[in-house]
Design a protein around this ligand. Structure first.
Ligand code: HPA
Ligand code: ZN
Length: 326
């Protein structure tokens, strides 16, 4: 079998995808009209021309503007349903979806509206397509720990709809230890813990995510390769890293995919996975990330099996379900 076909066909899990980053321009315009709003772009083509980013913050500004069209529970449902259809087409059997409530409560949309809409799509996709989908609430690290705690409070009536909490948004200047208490609280509630670290930020932020926040996975983590002691720690403890190659390319973490360190991470024995991050903004869903990265780095079928296996191993599905996927 040809490698490109294997990459498309192989069963996989996606562990790093922000649902607000899956909002395609066409749906953004449709929701704008449905909600009687307006967008500062004439049409889909003009909007897509704005999708050129110098760094993470430049992206976050555009991404935030896109979230303003999300107003009703049905909007969140429709956005998640569209992503889940795409994921199923890419042979994603299980996905752990990042979302946040702080962006939306900041525009007057309640946490209940957000969570109920997303969760209903997760239930429907399991019933209709057999894809399992769970939700991870991300705190916004550019805001205070107190605001993160409020977001966790607002999510308390929905604990059964969440598998974990994460940490996203502007990394530089917002080290993980700022959120030590709210992560401890989430842990005491039985939630799994993950955090973005080492996307643009230094290895010290990855150490802090592990040691202060006690996370079980690192999102991105590509900067770990600058610190041999950290690589040894991540390998020893089999800490998964949810790598997003097209995101790293579009946010200029690496100048080209050929210079991406995914191959080196696998070589170093790290439990890396491939994910799409914000597929509507970064030029592709998970299979596009696999296809372009494998072509650029000359990765092999053996690497493909390893990455697929890592994706299920790193997931928060229970042990018996994991064995069924392996
Ligand atoms: N990093 C941090 N926050 C984010 C990202 C990302 O890649 N995508 C959406 N929110
Ligand atoms: Zn991310």
């Amino acid at each position: 079998e040809r490698l490109p076909d294997l990459l498309k066909r192989m069963p996989k899990a996606e562990l790093h995808m922000h649902i607000e980053g899956s909002l395609e321009p066409e749906l953004m315009f449709a929701l704008t009209a449905r909600n009687g709003l307006s967008l500062p772009y004439a049409d889909v083509a003009a909007l897509k021309r704005a999708y050129v980013f110098g760094n993470l913050q430049a992206f976050l500004d555009v991404y935030h503007a896109g979230t303003l069209v999300l107003r009703t529970e049905q909007d969140f449902y429709d956005m998640a349903w569209a992503y889940l259809q795409r994921a199923a087409a890419d042979r994603v059997l299980h996905t752990e979806i990042f979302f946040d409530t702080q962006t939306h409560t900041g525009h007057g949309v309640s946490a209940d509206t957000v969570i109920n809409g997303l969760h209903r799509a997760c239930v429907d996709v399991q019933q209709q397509l057999g894809v399992s989908a769970s939700l991870i609430l991300c705190f916004l690290r550019h805001l205070s720990e107190e605001e993160a705690s409020e977001a966790l409070e607002q999510a308390m009536p929905h604990l059964d709809k969440l598998v974990g909490v994460g940490l996203a948004s502007s990394e530089l200047g917002h080290p993980p230890e700022k959120f030590t208490r709210v992560f401890a609280k989430a842990r005491s509630l039985g939630l799994h813990l993950v955090a973005h670290a080492g996307e643009e930020g230094p290895p010290a932020y990855i150490w802090a995510a592990l040691d202060a926040l006690k996370v079980e996975r690192i999102d991105h983590g590509v900067q770990a390769m600058k610190d041999p002691a950290l690589v040894a720690r991540l390998a020893r403890d089999k800490v998964p890293l949810t790598v997003c190659p097209l995101s790293n390319l579009k946010l200029r973490v690496f100048p080209s995919l050929a210079q991406h360190n995914l191959g080196a991470m696998l070589q170093a024995g790290l439990v890396a996975t491939v994910n799409s991050d914000d597929p509507a903004y970064f030029g592709g869903y998970i299979n596009e990330n696999f296809a372009q990265t494998f072509a650029a780095l000359g990765l092999t079928a053996q690497n493909a099996f390893q990455l697929a296996s890592n994706s299920f191993e790193a997931s928060f599905i229970d042990a018996s379900a994991k064995r069924a996927y392996q």
